[in-house]
Design a protein around this ligand. Structure first.
Ligand SMILES: CCCCCCCC(=O)CC(=O)SCCNC(=O)CCNC(=O)[C@H](O)C(C)(C)COP(=O)(O)OP(=O)(O)OC[C@H]1O[C@@H](n2cnc3c(N)ncnc32)[C@H](O)[C@@H]1OP(=O)(O)O
Ligand SMILES: NC(=O)C1=CN([C@@H]2O[C@H](COP(=O)(O)OP(=O)(O)OC[C@H]3O[C@@H](n4cnc5c(N)ncnc54)[C@H](O)[C@@H]3O)[C@@H](O)[C@H]2O)C=CC1
Length: 309
């Protein structure tokens, strides 16, 4: 038994040491998730550069982070000096940029949280592979795309993995840590250790569609839409039913609006293309129409529900 305790201690020490080596974090994508990941990394003392292709998105992200850090500070310290110190300290760790290549020059870890599109993700990682130091770990926050398919755009498969956070990142405790066959043990330990340094509870999962949560959640959400498409209930009643009947904090329609209907569409389109005979991966005409009409949920002011003030 002592031998196994020794191994466990060694592995924990190894992951802690590897995670300690992760100080400089570059987050590419400053949308719903990238801004949340950058915020938590800054709050936990990492030097963070948050990058976006769109300068307006960077500005919006800074506002979102400011508001969110204020909620976290209030929750941790109430009002007063300690809250202000926490906010200032966190923000002092955060830089922004629109130059992805320059932003990875001294990165220990790059976390990608850009649009859920394999081609765009591969183009980005291929570009960064030549610019980042040899030791830099690359990770994707993808909801649904196989990590192996993204990683093949680079020459650092042993330093590549998945770090799947949950929305809103400052609140949701879970982090799914995914390895591909080539991910080295050191990289995997470093990613898990960093997740813990970020205050998250990590779970391990194979590189399968949707990892754990989304493999269960996305089919559930699309079944909810199909139930409404069949005229069996309204979105509001489905949400009420799942909150009061299953104890969910949000019903499926509220949650789809919260996470973004465009992301939902990207996910189901990808899975339908890969698994055309899988009934539960079939796209939804109702969701297609909403996205085509630019109704993406909270982030566009309207989705299944309207959020216009
Ligand atoms: C079609 C398929 C699409 C699939 C897309 C893929 C998605 C993925 O890949 C993976 C995912 O993320 S799946 C989504 C996972 N997230 C959830 O399920 C969220 C469910 N909702 C909740 O937990 C609460 O409604 C929630 C926490 C959001 C809000 O809580 P409440 O309803 O109680 O409202 P509040 O009172 O405002 O908040 C409760 C406490 O949390 C703090 N808080 C909330 N939002 C925050 C934020 N953004 N930043 C910082 N703090 C925040 C808030 O401070 C409050 O704390 P107290 O002040 O102590 O009450
Ligand atoms: N929305 C959610 O609840 C969750 C989403 N995810 C995943 O996280 C990723 C991002 O999702 P969201 O934050 O919701 O999307 P979003 O649409 O809010 O943000 C995406 C950001 O990426 C930027 N971007 C696009 N192409 C870029 C490029 N080539 N270089 C730099 N920036 C670029 C866009 O300007 C935008 O600001 C996706 O892969 C998604 O599947 C993971 C967990 C939860």
């Amino acid at each position: 038994m002592a031998f196994f305790n020794h191994l466990a201690r060694r592995s924990f020490a190894q992951s802690a040491a590897m995670a300690n080596a992760i100080k400089n974090v570059t987050v590419i994508g400053s949308g719903l998730m990238g801004s949340g990941i950058a915020q938590v990394a800054a709050q936990t003392g990492h030097n963070v550069t948050m990058v976006d292709i769109d300068p307006v998105a960077v500005e919006k992200a800074q506002k979102r982070i400011g508001a969110s850090i204020a909620r976290v500070a209030k929750k941790k310290f109430g009002e007063g000096d300690d809250a202000a110190k926490f906010m200032n300290e966190s923000m002092s760790h955060l830089k922004t940029s629109t130059d992805a290549v320059a932003s990875v020059e001294s990165a220990d870890l790059v976390v990608e949280a850009i649009v859920e599109n394999l081609k765009v993700k591969k183009e980005l990682f291929s570009k960064l592979d030549g610019a980042a130091p040899a030791h830099t770990i690359f990770a994707s926050n993808t909801s649904s795309i196989p990590i192996a398919k993204i990683a093949e755009a680079t020459s650092r498969l042993d330093r590549f993995g998945g770090l799947h956070f949950f929305n809103p990142v400052p609140v949701m405790k879970l982090l799914e840590v995914v390895r591909i066959p080539e991910t080295s043990d050191g990289t995997y330990e470093a990613m898990k250790g960093w997740g813990k340094a970020m205050g998250k509870v990590t779970v391990e999962c194979k590189d399968t569609p949707g990892f754990i949560v989304n493999r269960l959640l996305v089919p559930y959400m699309f079944e909810a839409v199909r139930l409404v498409e069949r005229g069996e209930a309204s979105p509001r009643d489905v949400d009420t039913a799942m909150k009061l009947g299953a104890g969910h904090p949000m019903g499926p329609f509220e949650l789809m609006d919260y996470v973004g209907l465009d992301t939902g569409k990207f996910i189901i389109d990808g899975w339908h293309a890969d698994y055309p005979d899988e009934e539960i991966f079939k796209p939804s005409p109702m969701l297609e129409k909403l996205v085509a009409d630019g109704k993406l949920g909270v982030k566009s002011g309207e989705g299944f529900y309207s959020y216009k003030k």
